[in-house]
Design a protein around this ligand. Sequence first.
Ligand code: UN1
Length: 517
Amino acid sequence: MSKTATAFGIEEALKELGLKEINNGTSTGKDWFSNGDIIESYSPVDGALIGKVRSTTREDYEKVITSAQTGFKKWRTMPAPQRGEVVRKFNDELRRLKEPLGKLVSYEMGKSYQEGLGEVQEMIDICDFAVGLSRQLHGLTMHSERPGHRMYEQYHPLGVVGIISAFNFPVAVWSWNTALAWVCGDACIWKGSEKTPMTSVACQNIAARVFSENGVPEGISCLITGDYKVGEYMTKDERIPLISATGSTSMGKIVAKTVGERLGKSLLELGGNNAIIVTPDANIKNTVIGAVFGAVGTCGQRCTSTRRLIVHEDVYDKVKNAIVDAYKQIRIGNPLDENNHVGPLIDKDAVKNYLNALEKVKAEGGNILVEGGVLEGEGHESGCYVKPAIAEAENHFEIVQHETFGPVLYILKYSGDLENALDMQNGVRQGLSSAIMTNNLREAERFLSVEGSDCGIANVNIGTSGAEIGGAFGGEKETGGGRESGSDAWKVYMRRQTNTINYTTELPLAQGIKFDL
Ligand code: UN1
């Protein structure tokens, strides 16, 4: 263990989470096996090796899908509130292990410890939500047009759900899907990111233990590990009716095509290019807090991160100066140390993309307000620590149109009516999150109206990131159209059936058709 890992209790956390030096990355809940290559997980915090995880081969995968299909047949017959009770017990374990899991998320992914804990809190919250939901998986009843007939709709479990999640939310996004899918009666196969494999094994350890102690059939929580090729085992597999995938738009397009070709369902949560509109009536202090957290939190690696700030010319200089000043206060360093605001990027490829974005915005005529750059020297040995940067830019710049997964904030100026800001806000291919800062009721309501933001998430007087689990989460356009987490997102994990029952002695046909024999 490295000096940092020892100082921040990583070894104890790994032990509490049941992690070893070499772990199997394939699990059916009961059995653990893996015959693929070893993936080594290095921490972006200090560059040290955390542990190794063996990846999944095609043969391993066959065992997993067979187990999930068999398990599903039993699980689907267990009453939903009883499935909810299992999720409640799983949640008890999450509460107990919140600190070690939050710490591992921070150490393996690089987000601050506070945010690591926040992510585990999202898991806890969605499980609470799912427990309540297990008694509310209801359909509707309708009035039949025929006498003596009853019509209703009901929801049945869908089957085996494939979950592909990204490195930036290595535990919460898994739970958004599994907590709902489990109470709905589905079996889940999860491929976490190959950049955070230890965290995936830690989560599966918890689920596997709780499930086996509570008589849940094998195959209801499964883990597979590897790169996109392992993901393809699922996307191409007709035995998986739903694939839920979180990641880049380019990944999502491939998933959508592959799953669409076999007429499977996909739930996509892809890239964002999120903006905050700042109008002349905005509270500047709150704008600065919302924008800075949105842009630099998680080192700019949330899909909801604030990428663009669209500021009215009347308050432009004031907002710009306040944000530039606030950036001077940001402390970058070891994310396990609670004095720091910003940790490292996930890896050196991410650093390259970030540097490339800064070059591009300069080349397109942008004006750098806060210089970026890679930090070196003590405490930054991993080579993944970068300085959050700000550039004045224009919305049509190619780089501004593109989602760069890092701490680069573009400030754009608008003049005149709010409509001009909305044109810029909506003038990108992505449609995940958006916000307006204003104390003017008319502006706020216009932003939320049919002529306002075209995003899946539209906020007033808060930033673009940090959505609560109770609402449906996702976005439009190249964000993929999927909705996860709260509200009625559960419906995607079930199949809907419409039932018509005739309790008469006749057989009247619908639409008044006569067919006498
Ligand atoms: C993501 O980045 O994939 O709204 C999810 C937020 C978090 C979830 C982000 N609750 O910022």
